[in-house]
Design a protein around this ligand. Structure first.
Ligand code: MD6
Ligand code: FE
Length: 202
């Protein structure tokens, strides 16, 4: 495995997953979606997110009118399915920690979907790394510093790329400005999947 590209403490493992590995993960995500469908959550501010989300693990991040949080159950009351093997393998190879993730967020970006600049800080402990996998269409990932006003840098993430926010970059502001819809042939109907792994509980 080659070493990651680093900027401002953010590691980008370019092309970590080859096409076959991407396909295997996609098949697992399709199965996962049977038990945990992608949903468009409401934000506490009363808007609806453009990104569709699902999850896996003991708890998954979600949002509704009353706030952002990790929930042990889906909005319909059922448990989240387990985190799949191909996803856990990526965590083991790049997280640098021996503890397993307890939470997986799955984001789907259709045409025009985006994610505003945010920090990941709903976890119980904020010093575990966050590992994020890109599948499908290319996306412009923007990352800055620990305040919203710090300068930012952008990088195009491709299918199979893996981003790690750890150490000084753990609380860096980041977001997805836009995707290049239709730029990848991995997903039958286009769009981008992002899988983010975290240790969210105590
Ligand atoms: C995305 N990613 O790539 C959104 N969070 O669609 C994230 O919000 C993210 O890439 C924490 C660490 C890495 C990430
Ligand atoms: Fe994030």
């Amino acid at each position: 495995m080659t070493s990651p590209l680093e900027f401002q403490g953010t590691q980008v493992w370019s092309g970590l997953l080859d096409r076959t590995a991407q396909q295997v993960m996609l098949d697992e995500l399709r199965e996962l979606a049977v038990y945990a469908p992608l949903r468009r959550y409401e934000t506490p501010g009363g808007h609806r997110m453009s990104v569709r989300m699902s999850g896996a693990g003991a708890m998954a991040w979600m949002s509704d009118a009353s706030g952002y949080r990790y929930a042990g159950r889906q909005p319909d009351g059922s448990e989240w399915p387990p985190i799949t093997n191909s996803i856990l393998t990526v965590w083991k190879s790049v997280s640098g920690v021996s503890r397993a993730p307890d939470s997986c967020l799955v984001n789907y970006y259709g045409e025009g979907a985006r994610m505003g600049l945010h920090q990941d800080r709903d976890e119980a402990e904020l010093d575990w790394p966050v590992v994020s996998i890109s599948l499908g269409d290319e996306a412009m990932f923007r990352v800055g510093g620990q305040t919203r006003r710090d300068p930012t840098k952008s990088v195009w993430l491709k299918s199979g790329d893996v981003v790690v926010l750890a150490g000084v970059s753990r609380l860096a502001y980041h977001g997805i400005d836009r995707i290049k819809f239709g730029s990848s042939t991995l997903l039958d109907h286009g769009g981008r999947l992002n899988v983010t792994l975290r240790i969210a509980g105590k």
